[in-house]
Design a binder for this molecule. Sequence first.
Ligand SMILES: C[S@@+](CC[C@H](N)C(=O)[O-])C[C@H]1O[C@@H](n2cnc3c(N)ncnc32)[C@H](O)[C@@H]1O
Length: 213
Amino acid sequence: MAVAWYDWAGGTKWLKHYSSAQNILIVGDGDFSFSLALATAFGSGANLVATSLDSYAELNTKYSDATSNVTKLEAMGATVLHGVDVKDMNLHANLQLRWFDRIVFNFPHAGFNGREDEVDVIKSHQELVRSFFATARHMIWRHGEIHVTHKTKHPFSMWGIEQLASEFSLVMVEQAAFQIQDYPGYNHKRGSSWRCDQNFAIGDCSTFKFRLF
Ligand SMILES: C[S@@+](CC[C@H](N)C(=O)[O-])C[C@H]1O[C@@H](n2cnc3c(N)ncnc32)[C@H](O)[C@@H]1O
């Protein structure tokens, strides 16, 4: 069952870890269904910045629902940006000199370039996550959090998410079990290859939450 609730006193709406009172940056979104799940729960996208590495034209060819999800997000007041690479997102014209309460990267993945248990494949994923931490740490408020949702079973456990974060003076504050049904409408995507619009098997996953040390 989805974990959505409403704080009647403060007028704040929550979905699992996220609230309408937080400024939230979502990076590496697939078909923008995760961002739309948040905006729908909040009744507004005003505090959301939803981004993809893909250009708008690429989204249109890769995903069946991305452009309609983007249209809905924009209608709800969200900022939607394309061509945002986590490696240099802190220098992006619309993101530099902006700070967030939460920065979220769900299922970072550098692409299907071999078996997931190959050393070089794991290294390529680790480099992506490293570059995300390196830039995201400059974009959160002092008590803000960086969230990475990731599979926890072998070989994905080999990425060493907590160790990677520590290289950038980020300390883990929680590892919370991830359940996709907590985010109604979220359609987790493979994101690359000819099967980019397909879901992948989720299995055991966690949302790893980090703060500045
Ligand atoms: C497995 S998919 C997950 C997509 C989406 N987060 C979801 O949960 O449906 C991996 C995503 O990482 C993104 N990605 C890979 N390299 C990236 C980079 N350098 N900057 C931003 N996003 C990147 C891909 O574009 C793809 O959307």
